[in-house]
Design a protein around this ligand. Structure first.
Ligand SMILES: Nc1ncnc2c1ncn2[C@@H]1O[C@H](COP(=O)(O)OP(=O)(O)OP(=O)(O)O)[C@@H](O)[C@H]1O
Ligand SMILES: [Mg+2]
Length: 392
């Protein structure tokens, strides 16, 4: 599939490990293009030969490849690397909504409502695009994410939020079924019909975002400390309090909105993610993306720093260790140096310029980023829309 298929991907560092596979930060080396940082998701080695798990990863790739929306992390490629089927996605410098809400809870600070609204409106827009995804013939795929929990919402340092992880999503052309009797989704965010293994549609994702909204508004987990079985029973019994019973200053109209999203009967919920988004936007005018970005940088500082350290460490380990490796821009600098050794002094001048800028404040940081973004120099995250990825 064109240029992307000739790209090489080298895992740099582990980002997260789940039951099925591992997510890595990886370098993308493509002829004629600057090296890029991407995210690589692949099955654990012992599952790579298991047709069922390979099929599930392929389904994830197939579903993700159908969704092109600014609020959904784009799939860049689906390739075999050393006989391991591997999903390649755009890297988003971000924190999960789960970690942001967790950081605010630890400080007993409620999420600023306008910012919460902006994040969840973005997520609902991304989910709406997924729900409306179509196959090559224009037929609806009836995608349902089924795990639209805060762990699967990335809040970017650019202030934009994106949905990830269509690993257990349902779709018409899904070729594997998740096992009967195995709950799909995170216990604290699953809709009653998911627990009962009844047919699910887009309104199950409305329910999951409803829980996230409840938790953001009240500053507390809805089912905190409960065992999984207790959580599931409480959802089935619809033991859900209004947010106003947990947080001061919640208007009746906001209570009503949250409880509509969380209605036990899907027919009483918002009919679509879009309808939920419109109601939320009217109830809590969303803040600017700049405000979201500031919040991510503040409450996500340690997670962002951890990733930058991992990345910097991985690059330094490759033989160019340097005490000054402290952040993403410097990682680029290290990689750039290696290229500079080959391509000569013009690039080196740019590096010196960028290093000087890197010592200055945040406005200068953007300038430094722009300097590193110069064509054919350094590592960048792909920003252009990826091509449609045909998944067999
Ligand atoms: N494109 C991305 N950019 C940045 N970080 C990402 C990206 N994709 C995934 N991550 C990080 O990796 C974590 C795991 O990713 P993902 O949810 O896709 O995998 P998973 O194995 O299905 O996880 P889980 O089973 O916990 O849901 C995310 O919570 C996020 O922190
Ligand atoms: Mg996940």
């Amino acid at each position: 599939m064109g240029g992307e298929s000739r790209a090489r991907y080298e895992p740099l560092v582990e980002l997260a490990r789940g039951g099925m596979g591992t997510v890595y930060l990886a370098r993308c080396v493509a002829p004629g293009q600057p090296d890029g940082i991407v995210v690589m998701k692949r099955l654990h080695a012992h599952l790579s030969d298991d047709a069922e798990f390979v099929g599930m990863l392929r389904d994830e790739a197939r579903i993700a490849s159908r969704i092109r929306h600014p609020n959904v992390v784009p799939l860049l490629n689906f390739v075999d690397i050393d006989a391991h089927p591997t999903l390649i996605q755009e890297y988003v410098e971000s924190c999960t909504l789960a970690s942001l809400l967790g950081a605010m809870r630890r400080e007993s600070t409620p999420a600023p409502r306008g910012i919460l609204s902006r994040i969840l409106c973005d997520a609902l827009d991304g989910l709406d695009a997924a729900h409306d995804a179509k196959d090559d013939h224009g037929r609806p795929l009836s995608v349902v994410h089924r795990d639209a929990s805060p762990q699967n919402i990335l809040v970017g340092v650019d202030g934009r939020s994106r949905v990830i992880d269509f690993g257990i999503a349902k779709a018409e052309d899904r070729q594997t079924t998740t096992r009967v009797g195995v709950l799909k989704g995170k216990a604290g965010y699953v809709a009653p019909e998911q627990i009962l293994d009844h047919p699910v549609d887009r309104r199950a994702d409305v329910f999951a975002i409803g829980i996230a909204l409840h938790e953001g508004v009240s500053g507390r987990r809805l089912f905190d400390g409960d065992a999984v079985a207790v959580t599931l029973r409480r959802i089935l019994e619809h033991d859900i309090c209004p947010p106003s019973s947990r947080a001061p200053g919640v208007a009746q109209s906001l209570d009503a909105l949250v409880l509509t999203a969380l209605a036990h009967d899907p027919r009483a919920r918002f009919a679509s993610a879009r309808a939920f988004r419109e109601a939320l936007e009217a109830e809590i005018p969303p803040s600017s993306r700049e405000a979201v970005a500031a919040l991510v940088r503040y409450y996500g500082a340690s997670e962002l720093a951890r990733r930058r350290d991992l990345l910097a460490g991985a690059v330094a380990d490759e033989g160019d260790a340097d005490d000054t490796v402290v952040d993403a821009r410097t990682v680029k600098l290290v990689l750039e140096r290696r290229r500079a050794a080959v391509t000569g002094s013009v690039v080196l001048m740019g590096l010196i310029f960028a290093s000087a800028l890197a010592l200055q404040g945040s406005a200068s940081q953007r300038a430094a980023g722009a300097a590193f973004g110069a064509p054919k120099a350094g590592v960048s995250t792909p920003t252009t829309s990826p091509p449609t990825v045909p998944i067999p």
